[in-house]
Design a protein around this ligand. Structure first.
Ligand code: ATR
Length: 264
């Protein structure tokens, strides 16, 4: 039986095994998907197990999306441009790194009744998933991307990677059409401590977090009369793309799948 893994640290929270194992069963594929907590020093050995065919493929999450790159032979253009890999496969004995967070985010946004073209986007945070979000937003022809991160240097580093973004100090809230919480604040029900009272209504509040399903950031946006959306579909779509890459099958998204990710 082929084994697949999601690697990260921490990894306990990952719901990827639920999703992939459901789809593996549905599609009668003789394989199993586990989560594996690893340290940086184990990274190379873990990746090489794909080459040795002990592992069928690997999903990568925080904090290894960039640090896996030196151990791969080739990157997809999206992974190359974001310097972020979340899916690894062996193709003709070549280890290839893909980035499915980009299409995950793009598809999730396209499912919403919110036309993003020409819109002004404000991103909170500068962590692992932000390069993929910037890349996707840029492809969707937004008019402006503004980033703010508690540690300003990390946002400035992103600016050297993506010249198109503007960086502002943490605590400032510019005018925007869509705001994205890409920080980890909210995972444990913490509030962001930012003042949204001047924001107004009819904007889109988007949280990358999907568990809890409604963070205080989303609650606050909604209270002010804004549309709100969590990161559940983004998560499902990135997994769907990874599944397609590994198994050549587009799995189904149904109500069972949506339920699978609740109450965890
Ligand atoms: P990583 O930084 O390892 O990629 P991540 O979960 O992808 O991890 O990113 C965490 C994000 O949440 C970062 O933008 C982080 O800000 P810092 O760069 O300043 O650490 C942000 N974050 C975490 N706790 C926060 C807090 N209490 N206030 C504001 N931002 C916070």
């Amino acid at each position: 039986m082929k084994k697949y893994f999601v690697i990260g640290n921490p990894i306990d929270h990952s719901l990827s095994p639920k999703l992939h194992n459901y789809w593996l069963k549905e599609n009668k594929i003789d394989a199993i998907y586990h989560k594996k907590k690893i340290n940086q020093k184990d990274l190379q050995t873990t990746i090489l197990e794909i080459k040795e065919k002990k592992t069928g493929g690997i999903n990568v999450t925080v904090p290894f999306k960039k640090s896996v790159i030196p151990y791969l032979d080739k990157l997809s253009p999206e992974a190359e441009q974001t310097q972020s890999v979340n899916t690894i496969i062996l193709n003709d004995n070549i280890l290839v790194g893909h980035n499915t967070d980009i299409s995950g985010f793009t598809k999730a946004i396209k499912d919403l009744s919110f036309n993003i073209e020409g819109k002004k986007i404000f991103i909170l945070g500068a962590g692992g998933v932000v390069p993929s979000i910037i890349f996707a937003l840029n492809k969707m022809n937004v008019s402006e991307i503004i980033i703010s991160n508690r540690t300003r240097q990390k946002a400035d580093d992103l600016k050297s990677q993506f010249k198109i973004i503007n960086v502002i100090d943490w605590g400032n809230i510019p005018k925007f059409d869509m705001i994205i919480n890409a920080t980890s604040l909210g995972l444990n029900n913490e509030a962001l401590n930012l003042n949204f009272s001047e924001v107004g209504d009819n904007k889109l509040f988007y949280d990358v977090i999907y568990n809890p399903s409604e963070t205080s950031f989303l609650k606050e946006g909604k209270k002010l009369g804004n549309q709100s959306e969590n990161g559940k579909l983004m998560f499902i779509y990135q997994a769907l793309e990874a599944f397609k890459i590994w198994h050549g099958i587009e799995p189904e998204i149904n109500t069972d799948i949506l339920k699978l990710l609740e109450n965890d």
